[in-house]
Ligand binder design. Structure first.
Ligand code: GTP
Ligand code: MG
Length: 347
């Protein structure tokens, strides 16, 4: 499933500080020599590959990244301070190109890889550099150079971390719209979604993941009915499946359980690699019930279903109830997996 996460950013390295022309003024030295120091260099901007970052979503919130200018030179031979460098953390796999020329600047392929994107301007020279035997009181100094300014395109091919599956009309696309920036079509008839949609879900700074909204699965999918089967392979590399089930307005628990089992049967028949993936159950449309009714259902369904699912959530994709808890848990779960991989040294 091809999904290119993309952002355009402006990077502005700092300019160098100007050199200074000044002269020593000391009480008993009437004609002190030149003492103007150099300007500091402007801050550089680097890209830093970080395996703990999954998407480019941060760069959709922050477009302009400017490093500080270097300070001007100072009197008494003192140099101006350099502007601080900026490190822009990006996911491994990000391809960085110059938006205007299309030239590829970097392809971040390894964790901790650091690439200079925009160089800070050099600081100007103070007048201490211009002293000579013929000119003991130079007034020359040079100005700091401008820092690099570029518009960059960031591109990342992403795979979904989390896959949504379930019967048509369960509310998969509604959930995708509520928790991510993706805008799949939602309608009250089955098979509204015909192609997978991917969306990035942002929890907070630097914490995000990708979900895939798939066409609904129906009974017989594993032998070719409906559309879903064709897309199940997209779930191959996801780390977690969310099985979305709609709670029917008539509170027919048996019907809910039958529907859940229907999907599980299809998954099992499709193949063990998908069936054995971590799978959480998401019961949707809770807004159709009172709180009391929901609690009752929760207890009842949890008792029946906990063997088949590691976690069970009640949400309303339409109103957003329970969605933050769900995405928060997903994020923590994915971070845990990532940490385990980090410590065991696996890619
Ligand atoms: N009351 C209520 N209706 C919902 C909720 N979530 C989805 N719906 C409605 O259920 C219908 C189906 O929603 P979709 O998000 O299109 O369902 P889907 O699972 O993506 O369906 P397919 O793409 O056909 O597989 C729409 O009419 C939604 O407005 C919810 O939390 N509460
Ligand atoms: Mg849909």
């Amino acid at each position: 499933m091809k999904f290119i996460d993309e952002s355009v950013i402006d990077v502005r390295a700092g300019s160098g500080g100007d050199g200074l022309a000044s002269f020593r003024r000391e009480k008993f030295i009437p004609k002190g020599g030149p003492s103007g120091g150099d300007g500091g260099r402007g801050g550089h901007i680097y890209a830093l590959a970080d395996r703990n970052i999954n998407t480019l979503i941060e760069y959709r919130f922050a477009h302009i990244h400017s490093a500080k200018n270097g300070e001007s030179g100072k009197s008494k031979d003192r140099y101006g301070k350099a502007g601080l460098d900026i490190l822009l953390k990006m996911p491994v796999g990000t391809v960085i190109s110059d938006k205007n020329t299309g030239r590829i600047i970097a392809d971040l392929s390894e964790d901790k890889q650091k690439i200079l994107l925009a160089e800070g301007g050099k600081g100007g020279l103070g007048n201490i550099h211009f002293k000579s035997s013929t000119n003991r009181a130079p007034r020359q100094f040079t100005k700091g150079e401008a820092g690099d300014q570029l518009t960059l395109r960031l591109e990342l091919k992403v795979l979904a971390d989390v896959g949504l599956l379930g019967l048509p009309n369960a509310g998969k696309s509604t959930l995708t719209r509520t928790i991510s920036a993706a805008r799949p079509k939602v309608a009250d008839y089955p098979f509204t979604t015909l192609e997978p949609n991917l969306g990035t879900v942002r929890i907070d700074y630097g914490r995000s993941f990708v979900i895939a909204d798939l066409p609904g699965l129906i009974k017989g999918a594993s032998t070719g009915s409906g559309l879903g089967l064709r897309f199940l392979r997209h779930l191959d590399r996801t780390k977690l499946l969310l099985h979305v089930v709609e709670i029917p307005a008539d509170k027919n628990f048996q019907a809910v359980i039958d529907k859940i089992m229907e999907i599980l049967t299809e998954l099992k028949q499709y193949g063990n690699h998908i069936y054995s993936k971590p799978r959480w159950l998401v019961l949707n449309k809770i807004d159709l019930f009172s709180e009391k009714q929901s609690k009752k259902m929760f207890t009842k369904l949890t008792n029946i279903l906990q063997d088949n699912h590691q976690k069970i959530f009640f949400i309303s994709a339409a109103s957003g109830t329970g969605c933050n808890e769900l995405t928060g848990e997903i994020m923590r779960y994915l971070e845990q997996i990532n940490e385990t991989q980090n410590t065991s040294g696996k890619p």
